[in-house]
Write a protein that binds this ligand. Sequence first.
Ligand code: FAD
Length: 331
Amino acid sequence: MRDHHDVIVIGGAAAGLSAALILGRSRRSVLVVDSGEPRNAPAEGVHNYLGREGASPAALSRIGRSEVAAYGVEVADGRIVAASTTDGDGVDPVGFSVTLDSGAVVTARRLVVASGAVDVLPEVPGLAEQWGRGVVHCPFCHGWEIRDRRIGVLVTTPIGAHQMLMFRALSEDVTAFVTDPALVDDTALAGFAAQGVRVVSGPVTAVVSDGDRLTGVSTGSGEFVALDALAAASTVEARVGFLSGLGLTATDQLLGDFRFGSALAVDAAGQTTVRGVYAAGNVAAPMATVVASAAAGTQAGAAVHGDLVQADLAAALARAATATATGQSTR
Ligand SMILES: Cc1cc2nc3c(=O)[nH]c(=O)nc-3n(C[C@H](O)[C@H](O)[C@H](O)COP(=O)(O)OP(=O)(O)OC[C@H]3O[C@@H](n4cnc5c(N)ncnc54)[C@H](O)[C@@H]3O)c2cc1C
C-alpha cells in the first residue's frame, strides 16, 4: 500500500467502488479501504440493480473490486479508525491523513466517505437473528420473494401504517402488529379494515424461528401468530465515528417529527461541510438503494476529480509564476 494518494475512499461497496471507478478512469491514484460489512450483507441477493439483478452482495463487491483494479485502484481490507487534516502541499491547502486499524497511516489530497449505515433494530427477542432474511424492512428489496405469503408488519413507528400498505400490495394475507395505539389513527385503521388487514394490538414479545426459518411471532397476550415473513422498521444510522477528528458528525434525518436515522450533510456535488471531504451512499442518504448509492458515488467521484483538476491548475500556475520570476522553464 502506497502512503500517499490523490484520493482515499473509505468504504468499498456500491458507493465507494463507484467513486473509485470514475476516479481510476480519470487517472487518479486511489486507495479504497474497506472493512467488508455492507449494510445488505445478510440479504441473499441485491434487487433492483439493473444488469446484476439478484447477485449476492458479496458477488457484487467482488465484481466491483476487479473492475476498479483494472484502472489501477488499490483496494485494502481494513477499517479506518481516525481521520484528520494535514497542511496540504503548499499551493493546495487541503489534505488529509487517515489511520487504519492496522496502525498504518496514509495521506491523500481528498477523501470520499462511503462507509454506509447501520440498522438499529426494534428490540424484540429473535428479531435481529432473522434480519435481512425472515425479518425485512423494504418492500422493493424483499417484497417479490415474499409475495402471496403470510406477512406480518410490526408497526413501531409513525410510518408503519404506510409500510403496511406497501406489503399489502404484495400479499392478501397481512397482519399488522400495532405495538402502540398512538401510532395508528382511525383513518389508518379504517384503511386496514377496507383492505382486509388483520390488526393485533399490543407488544410482540418474540420472533420465533425453527432453525433458520422464521415461523411466526409471539404476542403479549400469549398468542402465537404463524407467519412467513415479518416487516419491521430500523433506524438507519450513518457510520461516521471515525470522522470526529475532522469535526464531521451526522445530523438527524426527520420525516415531520419522526426521526428515522442520521446522515452526513452534503451539497449537490457530494461535498460535506469540510472542504475536500466528499460523501456518498447511505452515509449521506439513508434511504438510497444500491443503484442510487452507486450513482451518488459516481457523482462524488466526478466532483472530486473536478476539484483536483482545479487544484492541479493552481499548482501549475504557481510553478509558472515561480519559473517566470526566476527565468526557468516550466517544462
Ligand atoms: C437487509 C437489507 C437488504 C437490502 N436489499 C437491498 C436490495 O435488494 N436492493 C437495494 O437496492 N438496496 C437494498 N438494501 C439497501 C442497501 O443495503 C444500501 O442501499 C447499500 O448498501 C448502500 O451502499 P453503500 O455503498 O452506501 O454502503 P454499504 O453497502 O453499507 O457499504 C459500506 C462499506 O463501507 C465499509 N466501512 C464502513 N466503515 C468503514 C471504515 N471505518 N473503514 C473502512 N470501511 C468501512 C463497510 O464495511 C461496507 O463495506 C438493503 C438493505 C438491507 C438492510
